[in-house]
Ligand binder design. Structure first.
Ligand code: ZN
Length: 291
């Protein structure tokens, strides 16, 4: 049997690689088309995937957005422009003529992180804090996807009913307070209109009080989210990833805020370890696990 082709479709880049016992090989990466025309996405995928046609037997895809029965939709329509309701699975099946399986990228990354844990752990969550806030949840040794592919979109649970309007149009989602985008927005009054999350973290590293407060507010929202997940799902561990989640000093702040909660809410929080290939590795392993 030939190996599996893994594809990771993000808001800024699309990565592809063959994954087999030797690990990740023939990795290639292109920018996600900024065009809102689905035909541009078709063309990018065709160019990227066709060279692998003879070398693989199936395709495993991790993608940003909600994957509902192979169709890509967005909670935050701004993230995907014209790609809302994009038939991702059937487009790839048409290009490569191989069985194709698609799940959300944070779900895939959660499965990758889960594979790195000790064997007796059955329930965990992976939370990525980056441009947005995403997550994947493993319960009883299985990745939870949901009937409509939405399971794990905990960035759109409520953090503050009086908070900012989220990209999904609900008010006060965790993402609208904790994400890198939200951090950059909160920094504008102090650091200027060009402020982004990275700039706030730069000031945070220099112990600027305003930056410390902004990052702490983000970390507190994530700590509360983790406490909620513990109560809803009785998970045993959270792996924290993403550019914000892995930024120096951030995980310690999340741990600090969670430590202020009563004992039943306490849970181990550790840094995610799978890095940039988490989606590719996770979705390939998940497809093999389910075949
Ligand atoms: Zn939202």
């Amino acid at each position: 049997m030939k190996p599996c082709l893994a594809v990771d479709i993000g808001g800024t880049k699309i990565a592809v690689a063959i994954i087999d016992s030797g690990g990740v090989r023939n990795r290639n990466q292109v920018s996600t088309p900024s065009s809102t025309d689905p035909e541009d996405m078709d063309a990018v995928l065709e160019q990227l995937l066709t060279p692998f046609l003879a070398d693989v037997d199936m395709v495993a895809v991790a993608s940003t957005g909600i994957i509902n029965n192979g169709i890509l939709t967005a909670l935050n329509p701004k993230n995907l422009g014209g790609l809302n309701e994009y038939p991702l699975q059937s487009v790839i099946e048409r290009i490569l003529k191989k069985p194709t399986y698609v799940i959300n990228d944070a779900q895939a990354a959660a499965w990758a992180e889960y594979q790195t844990l000790e064997l007796d752990m059955t329930d965990m969550a992976f939370i990525t804090v980056s441009t947005g806030v995403g997550a994947g949840i493993v319960i009883n040794n299985e990745l939870v996807i949901g009937t409509n592919g939405i399971a794990g979109h905990v960035g759109h649970t409520l953090a503050d009913p009086n908070g900012p309007i989220c990209g999904c149009r609900r008010q006060g989602c965790v993402e609208s307070i904790a994400s890198g985008t939200a951090i950059g927005q909160a920094g504008k009054p102090f650091f200027g209109d060009s402020c982004d999350g990275e700039m706030v973290f730069k000031h945070f590293a220099e112990k600027n009080k305003n930056a410390q407060e902004i990052i702490s507010t983000s970390a507190q929202a994530i700590a509360n989210l983790i406490a909620d997940l513990k109560m809803v799902l009785d998970i045993e561990l959270v792996a924290l990833g993403g550019s914000v989640g892995l930024a120096p000093g951030y995980i310690q702040l999340v741990q600090h805020h969670l430590s202020q909660q009563p004992k039943p809410y306490q849970i181990k929080i550790q840094s995610a370890v799978c890095g940039a290939n988490a989606g590719l590795i996770g979705v390939e392993n998940w497809v093999k696990h389910n075949l």
